[in-house]
Design a protein around this ligand. Structure first.
Ligand code: NAD
Length: 286
């Protein structure tokens, strides 16, 4: 089945990237968030990204940003998801928010629609249990920035059917992406390892062992990583990092996932990283 129309719930860092990627690959997207103000910001961000990418694109696929943006319907109404083939949910990594979305979209969306949970750490059956379609719920951990990352970590929940995995494969192929399919446990593969690394890097900083620049330089020059852990944290969003490590702490009941107090302090102070201009580094006000 070709996927034509996709619901994207949450228009933050990930929802913007998913919506843009869908539209650039010829699909229709319905991008839902809680206010017109957030949607205006999302529209402006996508327009900026398209113009920027256009400057470096020489191929025949280059499209006018207005044509691409025309494939995205920006709305505050979940009811607009009544005829979508597929949903990617990207609301914050907070159970009280995620758990309110699923019963609603389950009632609104067509029975055939597959729900992809773009989560950093939540276990997929926990989300599937909020719906009457746990066999059509799959984890889809997109990488950031979504339009530039060809690989996705997909998570098979306890009830996820083979047909759903096939639909997810087809959906990602239409987006020009592929997946690595793993089994379900909180944090899956990537974030079970990455969140611990980032949290420990913040402890290193808190203990006065090194500056952020020194921490990141060590990973880049000694290990050949493209980005260090603190730059990566700023890219992801420090609030998302904190919520994710809290989910791991609660899920495994293991003190190795206790969030670093400095990370908590920075989130409380509104230092959320690139998305609002300041985290471990200063990005100016965007
Ligand atoms: P974000 O905070 O940037 O965006 C979340 C958006 O959801 C906000 O715009 C918010 O207004 C909106 N929202 C909140 N409640 C809503 C509701 N009831 N209905 C519709 N929209 C609502 O967060 P993000 O970084 O985009 O993360 C989204 C999800 O993706 C999280 O679960 C996160 O763990 C996961 N994720 C994030 C990254 C990353 O690098 N940031 C990578 C992979 C996965």
């Amino acid at each position: 089945m070709e996927i034509k129309k996709v619901g994207v719930v949450g228009a933050g860092v990930m929802g913007i990237g998913v919506g843009q990627s869908l539209a650039q690959n010829g699909m229709e997207a319905v991008l839902v968030d809680i206010s017109e103000e957030v949607l205006d910001r999302a529209r402006a961000e996508i327009r900026k990204n398209l113009r920027f990418q256009g400057m470096f694109q020489k191929d025949a696929k280059k499209e006018d940003p207005a044509t691409v943006l025309g494939r995205i319907h920006f709305t505050t109404l979940l009811e607009d998801l009544g005829d979508v083939d597929f949903v990617v949910e990207n609301v914050p990594e907070k159970w009280e928010i995620k758990s309110q979305i699923y019963p609603k979209i389950d009632a609104i969306c067509p029975e055939r629609a597959v729900f992809a949970v773009n989560t950093s750490c939540y276990s997929i059956p926990r989300v599937g249990a909020l719906t009457r379609r746990p066999d059509r719920v799959i984890g889809m951990h997109f990488m950031n920035p979504v339009p530039l990352k060809p690989m996705v970590e997909a998570i098979r929940g306890h009830h996820t059917s083979e047909a759903t995995i096939e639909t997810a494969r087809q959906f990602l192929r239409q987006m020009g992406k592929d997946f690595i399919l793993v089994n379900d446990m909180p944090g899956f593969v990537s974030n079970r390892v990455l969140m611990l690394t980032i949290n420990e890097a913040v402890y290193v900083l808190q203990d006065g062992v090194a500056t952020p620049e020194q921490v990141d330089q060590l990973f880049k020059t000694c290990f050949g990583h493209k980005m260090g852990p603190l730059e990566t944290a700023d890219l992801i969003g420090l609030d998302t990092i904190l919520y994710s490590i809290e989910v791991l702490h609660e899920s495994y009941n293991d003190s190795k996932y206790r969030p670093c107090p400095l990370l908590k302090k920075m989130v409380d102070a509104g230092l959320h990283g690139r998305k609002n201009g300041k985290g471990f580094y200063d990005y100016g006000i965007s």
